[in-house]
Ligand binder design. Sequence first.
Ligand code: PRX
Length: 663
Amino acid sequence: MSDTTSNGKIESHSLEVETYPPSAEFKAQANLSDSSVYWKAAQDPEAYWAGRARELKWTKPFTEVLDWSNPPFAKWFQDGELNVAANCLDRHVSNGLSDRVAIHFEGEPGDTRTITYGELTHEVKRAANMLTALGVSQGDRVAIYMPMIPETVIAMLACARLGAAHSVVFGGFSAESLRSRIDDAEAEIVITADGGHRKGRVSALKPTVDDALRIDHGDGKASTVKKVLVVKRGGNEVEMQAGRDLWWHDEISSFDGEHTAKGFPAENPLFILYTSGTTGKPKGILHTSGGYLTQAAATHSDVFDLKPESDVYWCTADVGWITGHSYVVYGPLANGATQVIYEGTPDSPDWGRWWQIVEKYKVSILYTAPTAIRSCMKVGRQVPEQYDLSSIRVLGSVGEPINPEAWRWYHEVIGGGKAPIVDTWWQTETGAMMIAPLPGLTSLKPGSAQAAQPGIDVNVVDDNGNRVDPGHGGLLTIRRPWPSMVRTIWGDDQRFIDTYWEKFGDQYFAGDGARVDEDGDIWLLGRVDDVMNVSGHRLSTTEIESSLVEHHAVAEAAVVGADDETTGQAVVAFVILKSQQQLLTPEAAEAELRQHVSAQIGAIARPRQVFIVNELPKTRSGKIMRRLLKQAAEGKEIGDTTTLADTAVMQTISARVRSEQGK
Ligand code: PRX
């Protein structure tokens, strides 16, 4: 196999895999073009990370790089002090970059705001003064439930400036989900907006906060929340509870932009971000300050080959997810980048919206998810082809494995056949990128995230922790602590140990399967646990099952993540109704249960399909065989059913699924 593109020759590599080496032109201007960076970092990872950490501004320099004396609780740069927000703001202003644009904001209705580093610094200082007056100080937790608008970034940075931890809850989560996160973190302040613009209409947020705070758990305990700050954005009517609810614009109007940032210890909590695990209860992933910012900034610069003075960067992720934390807020701002923030969805008012934004702001680095790329592919190349995308020079992918077909489309249609694609593997827990190409060095392979970042040590092992041979599948682990690693699960050290460290002792177990090829490149194979990946977002099978069985009509439920052309995986539920509910038609039950899950967890968890069945496939010991249900949901031949207590069950279920899908 061989072909030629403006990216250089596509080298013949093996029978199936083509590679895309960096063009001479790209290499010549790349931040990193000498592969010695890998072995130098591998020789002394601590020295490597210390060097990267010193690129930040420390109010008190650290002398100790890593304390791993009490594994798995790592401490990085612990005797050092810094202010994370000042590193993202004041540092650039002192370096004369006050007039550089930090944020080009594009609202969904078409309103825009351009915010320079000077202005952003000023606004964050005012917000920090406002939060101080509301009683926020170091160590407190502030919940943030917001649309994608500049105030969201300002709120996060204002918390960071005060040494308080934020807990951003994605705006698509339900009142229940929001409340459980507020309770777990014991947040005393919620920052929200009346609503945001989504798909051509206003999507309300404040009423969900009201509902969340009204929930009565029956234990007589009110929520920990004392104040709710409300940004005016959607213009929708909202109720304001006297004494509790305050308008952001009213409150902030009495504060000026004088605020001196104080240094906080490197291990001061920066944020908690909840993510799905294998049980029903979301995990509060705790990230701290110095190590997190070091790795978010370093990888943002290296992997995207960032030139802060000339690039226009755009990461399409919502700040409600880790990608929004590390690659909308902390990484880009620490690097003094100019970025686009867009409030809405790619199809509003039509599928040309993203490409219009790229053309308008001359976006040069675009970071998005395979699910979005596949949706655009479905719509067709004629849409992006109407826009001038020639400013694009680097493309990124995150959230799930990118299938080679989508990779090639992204490369050719969006990247003009020349922009390298960096497929970045990482997790909420890793805080920042772990496996990704370096675009000036790596010969890209569509579908592979390729190599661990300098200073990162990953491994693919069998069940006993032994390294597997090239070409074989295994489990992905991380062997050494890394600066932006999760420090614990908020309030539950034991769960932290059990979830990530129990299986292999001294190696972090990521929950992903992987394969290493003959060149040492890593191919991710998806989750090996009960975690699904829908549109690049993590969902727990157990959490959705628990939500289903809480419904009064449901006797039993099993949920699987079935392969889906657009969203990667989709939620498919198999449900047995209680006997007295048999009168409910399957159609009515399906509609009701899909809505129920959406209301309980959030729209992203709404099952694509709910099959009402009379029995579930179980082993003789009573364990539900989800593997078989997944095969059925994907319309595949059902594998070995000999371990089932009743082998006829799967035939009935498969026939049901086929007849439904044939409709
Ligand atoms: O299964 C992997 C998948 O997403 C999981 C992490 O999800 P989350 O914590 O929500 O973070 C998503 C954004 C970083 C991983 O365990 N994943 C993420 N990126 C990739 C990926 N799978 C394959 N290739 C990727 N590039």
